[in-house]
Ligand binder design. Structure first.
Ligand SMILES: Nc1ncnc2c1ncn2[C@@H]1O[C@H](COP(=O)(O)OP(=O)(O)OP(=O)(O)O)[C@@H](O)[C@H]1O
Ligand SMILES: [Mg+2]
Length: 325
C-alpha cells in the first residue's frame, strides 16, 4: 500500500518585481510504501521544501495531485497520522519544553491522561529531560532541532515527513536522530525525509529519490545501489615492480605506487584473476582485493551533473587562469 502518493505536481512562484512565473516544481512524481524509509535528496533550491509543503497542504500546487493515506492533503483524519518537522520550525520562545510539548500534544489530539507519560518518554528519547523546564529561547540550534523532532513524533504518527532532520546537530545528536528513525522504522512507520548528509541517507533509507530542478531525476533502491558496482576492483599488492605490468596493461585502469606497495584499479571483475596471477607469478604479495561499489555520493554527483558539468571549454579556460599565475 502507498502511504504517500505524489503525482505530477507543478508549482510556480511569481517574482515580487515582475509578473514572470518561475516554475519550481515541474511535475514531481513519487510514492512511499508503508513501512518504507524514503530519502529525498537534491541540491539547494531543487524543490524539496516546496514539495514537502505541497504534500502537507501548506501551499497549493498548480497541477498534479497528492494523497496521504488515500486522502487529499489537509484531510483531518489522515493528517492526524502524520508527524512533520519543518525545515525552519517556529518555536514559541517563552514556553518551556514541557509547555511546548503539552501544547503540541493537545493540538495533535493526544489524550489528556496519556500526555504526561508520552512527554516523559519523548523528552528522554531526544535527550532533553534535564532541559524540560527551560524556556525554548535559551535552547541551542541542535536542542531546538531535537525539540522539533520530539513534537513530530509525540502523537505516534504512522507517517513522518521530516525536512532536514539532521540539520544543526552535532555527531552525537545525529546518531541519536538516526537511532530514533531506525526504531520508528522497526515499528513499521513510514518515513520520508530530506537531507544533504549522504552517509545518513545510505544507512537509513530503503530508497532515495533524487530531485533536480523540480523533477525527480532518479529513484534508487539502496540495496540495488550497493549491488550495482562501478565495475572496477582495487587490488593492493606488496613487492610490486613496474615490469609486472607486462601482459596485464589493458586490464588495469591505473596504478599508484608507494615504495614497493602498489594500488591497482582493475577495469572489470573478469580481469582480476589474470592480474592476481601476474602479481603472484612475479613474486608479489596480494594484500587486499576490494570491489568498488557505487556510492550514493557518486550517483548523486552524476545525477546533478557535478563535478563534470563543466564543458571542455570551461575546463580549458580554468586551466589557462591557473597557468596565468
Ligand atoms: N515563496 C517563494 N517565493 C518565491 N520563490 C520561492 C518560494 N519558495 C521557494 N522558492 C524558490 O523555489 C526554489 C526551490 O526552493 P526549495 O526551498 O523548495 O528548495 P530546497 O530543495 O528545499 O533547497 P534547500 O536544500 O536549500 O533547502 C528555490 O529557487 C527558491 O528560491
Ligand atoms: Mg529545503
Amino acid at each position: 500500500m502507498h502511504v504517500l502518493n505524489v503525482d505530477g505536481i507543478k508549482k510556480h512562484f511569481r517574482s515580487d518585481m515582475s509578473l514572470a512565473k518561475r516554475e519550481v516544481l515541474r511535475g514531481v512524481t513519487f510514492h512511499a510504501r508503508e513501512g518504507e524509509v524514503l530519502g529525498f535528496l537534491g541540491p539547494n533550491g531543487a524543490g524539496k521544501t516546496t514539495t514537502i509543503k505541497v504534500i502537507l497542504g501548506l501551499i497549493r500546487a498548480h497541477a498534479g495531485s497528492v494523497a496521504i493515506f488515500d486522502r487529499p492533503p489537509g484531510d483531518r483524519r489522515s493528517m492526524a497520522r502524520v508527524g512533520y518537522l519543518p525545515e525552519m520550525p517556529y518555536f514559541y520562545p517563552h514556553l518551556s519544553l514541557t509547555e511546548f510539548l503539552e501544547f503540541c500534544g493537545r493540538m495533535s489530539g493526544v489524550g489528556r491522561s496519556d500526555l504526561p507519560g508520552r512527554i516523559d518518554r519523548i523528552a528522554e528519547m531526544v535527550d532533553l529531560t534535564p532541559h524540560r523546564s527551560k524556556r525554548l529561547k535559551s535552547f541551542s540550534k541542535g536542542m531546538l532541532q531535537r525539540a522539533g523532532l520530539a513534537q513530530a513524533i509525540l502523537h505516534d504518527p504512522d507517517l513522518l515527513i521530516l525536512d532536514e532532520p539532521f540539520s544543526g546537530l552535532d555527531p552525537v545528536g545525529r546518531k541519536m536522530v538516526r537511532d530514533i528513525l531506525v526504531d520508528l522504522k522497526k515499528r513499521g512507520k513510514t518515513i520520508f525525509f530530506s537531507s544533504h548528509i549522504l552517509s545518513d541517507m545510505e544507512t537509513l533509507c530503503d530508497r532515495v529519490c533524487i530531485i533536480r530542478d523540480g523533477v525527480i531525476a532518479k529513484s534508487v533502491v539502496l540495496d540495488d545501489l550497493l549491488k550495482m558496482g562501478e565495475g572496477t576492483v582495487e587490488v593492493a599488492a606488496r613487492g610490486w615492480r613496474p615490469e609486472m605490468m607486462q601482459g596485464i596493461r589493458e586490464y588495469v585502469e591505473s596504478v599508484r605506487t608507494t615504495g614497493e606497495d602498489a594500488f591497482l584499479v582493475v577495469r572489470e571483475q573478469r580481469f582480476v584473476r589474470p592480474v592476481i596471477e601476474r602479481l603472484f607469478g612475479g613474486g608479489a604479495e596480494v594484500l587486499a582485493v576490494v570491489n568498488r561499489h557505487r556510492t550514493l555520493e557518486n550517483l548523486f554527483l552524476r545525477e546533478i551533473g557535478r563535478p563534470d558539468a563543466r564543458t571542455a571549454k570551461e575546463k580549458k579556460e580554468e586551466k589557462l587562469v591557473f597557468t596565468g599565475f
